[in-house]
Write a protein that binds this ligand. Structure first.
Ligand code: COA
Length: 376
């Protein structure tokens, strides 16, 4: 019997590459769910710590479990002295994604995962300490300050904002940050998560998988889109200029960052939630430029290309009004997505098989080797 040909697809689009019980993306009638809970319910009613607990431990925490978990994460915020020294050596001009990629790898040698039974400790430690690494490096290089990385905040959103701005954040800003972390936490077999699963399938340590995932997230076709969207939006002084600019870009067949999605066809359910947050903050800041410009770009893309905003587009505006420097947008995605990556790493380990697809060879036919002195 003839062996059936393996299915192939550019960019693995539409290929089912494994099973998961963590998340559904774009499933008809349900959209985005984390372990069965809709993203709308989670964004409205839960907190990032509940979501991280849900993703990593499989169920929503009870009240006392949540309090314990928040304390546990809070106790993991502080950086070892050796880590601070490493962060000080990373150049001031580096991109903050370099800081997290290097920081993750360095923590893997300072606090190695010697036994996979400690994997939850590694996952929580990375989530809790990423904001500390990022902001320590930022303040050291921008102001020459060696900050204390224990903020006294019991949420990751509050911890990040407090360290960055040197004071307790107001509740509205902290909640927007919390919601954005929920929205960014998990998204099935996206490029960075798949990268993490490929890496862990070879049975290395936990940190190797997360370090690789950070690298995959960085590009503008994935996590880097929120920074690219901000750079696009703030080019334009008003909505009319934005419309003209986008029409010119479309005529040049340029990609507009923050639009489109590999899996969603009509809308990204996360985008509506973050757009509401961005609108509210824009009103609070009496903004007359950024939000109207963003809304016009959104309208033009719908009209001209039938393309919709993904999570990254309005996240950019929301982050701007939370006072976050643009190069920290994608690192915030890392802090949130570490919960999803870690859940996938643990799931892959539970039922592991080496991930190793095959390729269609399109190179030259087999040919004789030409010795060095006979090559023309
Ligand atoms: N701007 C302009 N055109 C876009 C577009 C965008 N953001 N996204 C998709 N398109 C167009 C493509 O040019 C292509 O048109 P064509 O068929 O005429 O060549 C078509 O839509 C299909 O796009 P393609 O890039 O093949 O889809 P994909 O599934 O491979 O890519 C993304 C999905 C997300 C990578 C893509 O939409 C994109 O690059 N978006 C911008 C980056 C971004 O926001 N990334 C964050 C994702 S959450």
């Amino acid at each position: 019997m003839e062996k059936s040909k393996p299915t192939k697809s550019g960019g693995l689009a539409g290929i089912v590459a494994g099973q998961t019980s963590i998340c559904t993306v774009g499933k008809e009638g349900v959209g985005l769910t984390y372990r069965g809970y809709s993203i709308e319910d989670l964004a409205e009613q839960s907190t990032f710590e509940e979501v991280a607990y849900l993703l990593l431990r499989g169920s929503l925490p009870k009240q006392h479990e949540l309090s314990d978990y928040k304390k546990r994460l809070q106790n993991m915020q502080e950086l070892p002295e050796a880590m601070c020294q490493i962060l000080e050596k990373i150049p001031a001009e580096a991109h903050p994604m370099d800081v997290l990629r290097t920081g993750c790898s360095a923590l893997g040698s300072l606090e190695p995962e010697n036994d996979t039974r400690t994997q939850l400790d590694v996952a929580d430690r990375l989530m809790a300490s990423f904001a500390s690494m990022l902001v320590y490096w930022h303040h050291f290089h921008s102001k020459g300050e060696r900050i204390h990385t224990v903020s006294g905040e019991d949420t990751l959103a509050g911890h990040f904002l407090h360290l960055l701005h040197g004071k307790k954040p107001d509740e509205a800003t902290r909640r927007v940050m919390d919601v954005s972390l929920i929205l960014y936490a998990e998204h099935e077999f996206n490029a960075s998560t798949f990268a993490a699963r490929v890496i862990i399938s070879t049975l290395p340590d936990f940190y190797s998988a997360i370090t690789g995932a950070i690298g995959a997230l960085r590009g503008p076709l994935h996590g880097g889109a929120n920074e690219a969207a901000m750079e696009l939006i703030e080019q334009f002084p008003d909505p009319d200029a934005a419309e003209q600019g986008i029409m010119d870009m479309l005529a040049r067949k340029a990609k507009i960052m923050g639009f489109g999605h590999r899996v969603y066809r009509d809308r990204d359910p996360r985008s509506d939630v973050i757009q509401n947050c961005a609108r509210t903050l824009a009103e609070q800041h009496s903004d007359r430029v950024l939000y109207p410009v963003a809304e016009r770009i959104d309208q033009v893309m719908r009209r001209e290309k039938n393309l919709f905003t993904n999570l990254d587009f309005y996240s950019a505006i929301a982050y701007r009004f939370c006072g976050i420097p643009t190069p920290m947008f994608t690192p915030l995605f890392v802090i949130a997505r570490t919960s999803g990556w870690a859940a996938h790493v643990m799931e892959q380990r539970e039922d592991n098989r080496l991930i190793r697809p095959t390729a269609d060879y399109i190179g030259p036919e087999e040919r004789p080797y030409v010795p060095l002195d006979q090559r023309s």
